[in-house]
Structures are given as C-alpha cells and as structure tokens.
Write a protein that binds this ligand. Structure first.
Ligand code: ZN
Length: 235
C-alpha cells in the first residue's frame, strides 16, 4: 500500500479509480484513507496525497482517537453491553428464555452451550430491537399522521436507518444500544421522509416539530456511534 509521511507519522492509503469521479477526492474514515481518482486521469495519487498531507494527517488523527474509544468485545460472562443507553452485564443462567432486565442480559445456559454467547446475545438484541423500534414507529406514525411500511432489521456499518420508496423502514439493530431519545430521533427522521423525500429545510422543520432537540441527537450519534458496535467488524 502506498503511504505518505507527515512529520513522524506514516499513513497508508488506498488508490481507487472511479468512473463516477470527475475530480480527485480524498476519503478519510475509521477504516483508513482512500484517494479516489477519475478513471483514466493523468493525476498521480501521490501528488494528491502530498498536496493534502496536513489535512489527511489531521483527519486521520481524529479517527484514530475515535477508533481507540471503540469497546473491545470478548463475549464473556460479566462483560457489559449497552441497551437503551445503559450498560448491562451478561449473565448465564438456568432460564427458559433469554431476556433483558434493568441490569442484566440473561442468557439461558443451554442455549449458550449450544450456540455460544455471541449468537444468543445477538438474537436477543434483534428480538428486543424489533419490538422496541416497532412500538416507537407506531407511536410516532400516529402522532405524525404517516403510514409506514414494514420494518426490516439490518446491520449496516455506516447508517442507522433508511426509508425506501416502498415505505419500508430499515433499522440497524445496533441502534437499540443508544439512549431512547436518540432512537426516537432516528424514528422521527425516517417517518419524516414519508412526507419529505429529501433533507430540505422543510424536512428538518418537520423533524424539529417532533424532536426539538434533534441537533443534539444527531451530534450524539456522530460522537458515539463507535461505542455501539457489536463486533470489530461493525467499525
Ligand atoms: Zn434522511
């Protein structure tokens, strides 16, 4: 992988040629640095990297700090995982059914023996997420007088939710780790898309009407999304 050297840092980057790009672009995120060049361009990635070295370094450091805040997950008894904004501990017990209490994720010992903590915990999260999201969708759909389609659970790395033209709502199940007011913001955001397709001024006015503190919630998601990972792959 090519790399730039700025001060004492060495930053590796990928070079991607794109048919869609009309000019060179640099993407920096938690996964690294990519330089995107228009297909067949004469411009050298190295030149783009050198000319923007300081900017790349600043961005890269920002994400590096971010990355270090990501929790390490080992899926062991007693480990804490978030649910509705609070940390709860994994507890393996003699139980018929997995459940979440105010302090604990209760995982049935037999299921854990068969399939392991990680699978049993993910299944529990997904079940609770579906129920919780659906209840909030029903609540706000009535309040906002919109008619959403069905709910799908996903695990997209880069988005929390989306709303298709067929009115299907897709939610990242990991969002159930966030505080309730942040989840409500995402629900309101997606339902608002049933009235306003794009992020116009009217769209944000609508969101504000149902979530006056939405800007804080947007900010919370930006700052804390790294803490809502289930495994390293979600980063
Ligand atoms: Zn949107």
């Amino acid at each position: 992988m090519p790399a730039i050297h700025v001060f004492d840092e060495t930053i590796q980057y990928d070079v991607i040629e794109s048919d869609d790009a009309t000019e060179p672009r640099i993407d920096v995120d938690i996964h690294g640095v990519r330089i995107i060049l228009p297909a067949g361009s004469e411009i050298e990635a190295e030149t783009v990297a050198d000319e923007n070295a300081q900017w790349i370094l600043d961005k890269w450091r920002e994400y590096e700090t971010h990355r270090q805040r990501a929790p390490a997950r080992s899926f062991e008894e007693g480990e804490a995982f978030p649910y509705l904004g609070d940390e709860r501990r994994l507890s393996i017990e003699t139980a018929d059914r997995a459940r979440i209490t105010p302090t604990t994720f209760v995982l049935p010992a037999t299921a854990v023996d068969e399939r392991g903590i990680k699978d049993v915990l993910e299944e529990l999260y997904r079940r609770e997420a579906r129920e919780y999201f659906q209840a909030r969708i029903d609540h706000y759909a009535a309040e906002m007088d919109v008619d959403p389609g069905r709910l799908e659970l996903r695990n997209q790395r880069t988005r929390w939710a989306s709303c298709s033209v067929q009115r299907t709502l897709s939610f990242n199940w990991r969002l159930v780790m966030a505080p309730p007011d942040v989840i409500d913001y995402v629900v309101i955001h997606e339902l608002a898309h049933l009235r306003e397709r794009n992020h116009t001024r009217r769209f944000w006015q609508l969101v504000r009407q149902y979530d006056p503190d939405y800007e804080q919630h947007v900010e919370w998601l930006k700052e804390n999304s790294v803490r809502l990972i289930f495994t390293e792959e979600d980063l």
